[in-house]
Design a protein around this ligand. Structure first.
Ligand SMILES: [Zn+2]
Length: 370
């Protein structure tokens, strides 16, 4: 099986011509639609690239075909890899060269339409790690995200799946308000470890409500026709800063926790069972009466967590499957459980009693023999 992972690298804005990149994305859109367009003022090498990729349409790693005309479609690019021992892979004329000898990435003519124009970027640690794991960066893409130029690198690797050791890592993906609960089940069907992973919700709440309060003040100024005053500008800046803080905090949390869990699974040779019950999470969040902005954010990051988790599990060949791991049904007799204060669940039928986060893990034991 081929596994893929991707990374986005922000390109230096001063060395990139955003309009040029936008034109390339428009041309890519046309190429996807089977049009052969030759634009006289663009380097031929780059235009050849776009047309060459038409043959890959069926097996694109670059996402789906653009649906809208003139949508900005990321430009696929071939790469040349020059390794530390001097060996080479890929197309010598490729516009993206990854040079592991001098630890740089060179972009030729993809940032500006000027003959011989090269932008050099430091080689990210991510790339070295993927290559050391047996990955290869055959393709790259360039594109814009809110007008900022980015380079995306796609690593791919042939993966052999690992034989499970009898350990299970069960992951219950609730909404972030309850965190993600995980449990390790050893080959004798005992829970060796279980714990919820929760972001610091109080911190997020504080930032969120502060942002809301400032947005209201800004709204007031706008209604008074004062939206261009220094006071309004200051408010806007502060609101954006708070928003960025929340995103950065959640992004970091999601990345670290997903990585930790994948590493745990690899160490134990575990089979990973994931409960990805977004619907239930949504209901739980609704019951908690969270403001909708915060709810959307939590759901978005829950999805992101699952996506990161699955991408990395595939990359390392860790076996995984999605299963429903109920938290409100008794894992012994399947009777509906009752909520007690302090997130404890009790079964009125068989006297089973366990913390709420532990119930899905117990269900995973039942599923082991499925
Ligand atoms: Zn029961």
């Amino acid at each position: 099986m081929i596994a893929r992972r991707a990374i986005l690298i922000k390109l230096p804005k001063d060395k990139c011509d955003v309009d040029y990149i936008r034109r390339l994305t428009a041309l890519t859109n046309l190429a996807y639609r089977d049009y052969e367009t030759w634009v006289p003022d663009l380097p031929k090498t780059i235009q050849h690239q776009l047309l060459a990729f038409k043959n890959y349409m069926g097996s694109l790693v670059f996402g789906t075909e653009p649906k809208k005309w003139f949508a900005e479609t990321w430009v696929p690019l071939k790469t040349l890899r020059v390794y530390a021992d001097g060996s080479m892979k890929g197309d010598k004329g490729a516009p993206v060269a990854l040079d592991f000898r001098s630890s740089v990435i060179r972009l030729r003519q993809v940032c500006r339409s000027e003959p011989g124009f090269v932008v050099e970027l430091p080689m990210p640690k991510w790339v070295v790690e993927r290559v050391n794991e047996g990955g290869d960066i055959k393709f790259a893409m360039i594109g814009l995200k809110s007008n900022v130029p980015y380079l995306a690198l796609v690593a791919e690797r042939e993966v052999e799946s690992r034989d499970p050791s009898g350990y299970i890592l069960a992951i219950d993906v609730n909404a972030w308000s309850n965190g993600v609960a995980y449990g390790i089940i050893n080959p004798n069907n005992r829970i060796a470890e279980y714990s919820p992973l929760r972001p610091n919700l109080r911190l997020i709440d504080t930032w969120y409500y502060k942002g809301e309060k400032l947005s209201k003040e800004l709204g007031k100024l706008k209604r008074l026709g004062l939206k261009r005053t220094p006071e309004a500008e200051r408010l806007k800046r502060e609101i954006n800063m708070l928003r960025r803080k929340i995103y950065a905090y959640l992004r970091d949390f999601v990345q670290k926790r997903a990585h930790e869990l994948v590493m745990k699974a690899i160490r134990l040779g575990a089979l990973v069972i994931i409960d990805n019950m977004i619907e239930e999470s949504r209901r739980e969040l609704l019951e908690m009466k969270l403001p909708s902005g915060l709810r959307k954010l939590y759901l978005a990051y829950t999805r992101r967590f699952v996506k990161l988790l699955v991408t990395q599990l595939e990359w390392y060949g860790v076996p995984y499957r999605f299963e429903r791991l109920p938290s409100t049904v008794c894992p012994i007799c399947k009777h509906e459980l009752i909520y007690l204060p302090g997130r404890v669940m009790i079964c009125p039928n068989c006297e089973f009693k366990a913390p709420r986060d532990k119930v899905p893990i117990l269900w995973a034991i039942n599923l082991k023999y499925k």
